[in-house]
Design a protein around this ligand. Structure first.
Ligand SMILES: C[S@@+](CC[C@H](N)C(=O)[O-])C[C@H]1O[C@@H](n2cnc3c(N)ncnc32)[C@H](O)[C@@H]1O
Length: 409
């Protein structure tokens, strides 16, 4: 007789912390064979424990969701992966694995985005239950060797009372934002914050300076969006020929914050070394921080690239640690775009790489961005330039004007 398997996943989601905590995920699996039916009941309990962090990044007392935490990249937490790999075979059913993956996501992000909708995992293509357990799920940045930590004392905050006024002529956050918008070559006559009243990004392509943990303004301030976490509903789904992808569960408005491209922040020597390895396997999660405003601010340094007058310093690698954004596939007609966002970071070279909806997205649409960077309408039909040692793979984005290939690294 066929054995029925029942599973339950319980996720203990902690209360938002009032101070500065980090979390660790743990899993308890209980497997009971119920007689006389011979059914197996597997109960998986995923919980997240909190531990107070060192005072290294201590800001004034604020909810945990206000912090742009960063951790040292090594060693990564691997308890979860180790536990899955050592689970008895009868517990490793597709349903249990998928439910554990979803529960681990919500446990690992409970502190920094307690109000975010759960991420569903679906596969209508084959029998793989969930993406490979090859990475640690986190929304935070993890600093690799040689990457300097942020210095909270150098992060400039405003002293507004209540929410900041976007038309203020004295708010330091409004003034800083304006200065950077005016620096752009495609300067649009935009003053004030880059978010509208609904929290949607008004203009692509400018660096965004959110109010931070040193600001006195309230949590309702219009200039606090990314730090409040994801609001849109998304799922991870297996695609026919691009591996796993990210899909909109409900309609998403243009300019909506989708997610931080979280991962390890690497110096160039390490990014190059890993890039060569990823080239060989034909799958990469590297993203260069090559923002136009960094090029515009570049000093005349002997060390810079002679052609661009600028030197790339950091790359994000989401292979070993990251969140759902590492599953965003490439499209030649993308509905998402990257903006560089600063929250609790004083170093202009170390913005967060953040995904926003580039247009209204219908429920069920796949969320994609261009791996070649922003393309203007003038660029259509042109060959997209990848890095010098790029390895190209066929593109399956399905866009009418597909360029036919994407670089795998
Ligand atoms: C950052 S990962 C995206 C997530 C990936 N689908 C997965 O399952 O892990 C990038 C890799 O996804 C695949 N990919 C992304 N966009 C694609 C596209 N338009 N056509 C074909 N493969 C694509 C390529 O293997 C690429 O190296």
């Amino acid at each position: 007789m066929r054995k029925a398997e029942y599973y339950t996943v319980k996720t203990a989601v902690p209360e938002p912390a009032a101070s500065h905590y980090e979390s660790h995920t743990s899993i308890d699996i209980t497997s009971t064979t119920l007689e006389p039916e011979g059914r197996t009941e597997v109960v998986v309990h995923v919980s997240s424990t909190q531990k107070q962090k060192s005072s290294l990044h201590a800001f004034p007392d604020r909810p945990a969701s206000f912090y742009q935490d960063s951790y040292d990249a090594e060693p990564f937490p691997t308890e979860l992966q180790d536990m899955i790999n050592s689970m008895p075979a009868h517990c490793r059913t597709p349903q249990v694995l998928r439910a554990m993956f979803m529960a681990a996501i919500s446990a690992n992000t409970a502190l920094d985005e307690p109000l975010s909708p759960d991420i569903k995992i679906e596969n209508r293509i084959d029998d793989t239950p969930c993406p490979d357990w090859e990475f640690h799920y986190a929304n935070k940045m993890w600093y690799g060797k040689g990457v300097p930590r942020s210095d909270p004392a150098k992060v400039q905050g405003c002293d507004c009372i209540g929410p900041c006024d976007p038309n203020s002529s004295t708010c330091t956050c409004v003034l800083r934002q304006n200065a950077f918008v005016h620096l752009a070559p495609s300067f649009e006559d935009s003053n004030g914050f880059l978010y509208n009243e609904k929290g949607c990004l008004k203009h692509d392509g400018f660096p965004v300076f959110e109010c931070n943990a040193n600001c006195l303004c309230s949590s309702e301030c219009q200039n606090r969006v990314v730090q409040k976490g994801r609001q849109c509903s998304i799922s991870l789904r297996k695609t026919k020929n691009k591996g796993w992808g990210v899909f909109a569960e409900k309609r998403i408005l243009r300019g909506t914050f989708i997610g931080i491209y979280a991962g390890e922040l690497l110096v160039q020597s390490e990014a190059h070394r890993r890039g060569k390895v990823y080239n060989r396997v034909g799958r990469t999660y590297l993203f260069d921080i090559d923002a136009f405003h960094l090029k515009a601010l570049a000093n005349d340094d002997a060390d810079v690239d002679q052609e661009t007058g600028w030197k790339l310093l950091y790359t994000v690698d989401a292979f070993h640690v990251g969140n759902f954004t590492r599953f965003l596939n490439h499209s030649c007609d993308p509905n998402c775009d990257i903006s560089f966002v600063y929250i609790n970071e004083h170093d202009i070279e170390k913005p967060l790489v953040v995904m926003f909806a580039a247009r209204d997205v219908a429920a069920g649409e796949e969320l994609c961005f261009s791996y070649f960077g922003r393309m203007d309408s003038d660029d259509e039909g042109k060959e997209a330039a990848g890095p010098g040692d790029a390895v190209y793979a066929p593109c399956h984005c399905g866009a009418k004007r597909c360029r036919g290939r994407l670089f795998a690294s």
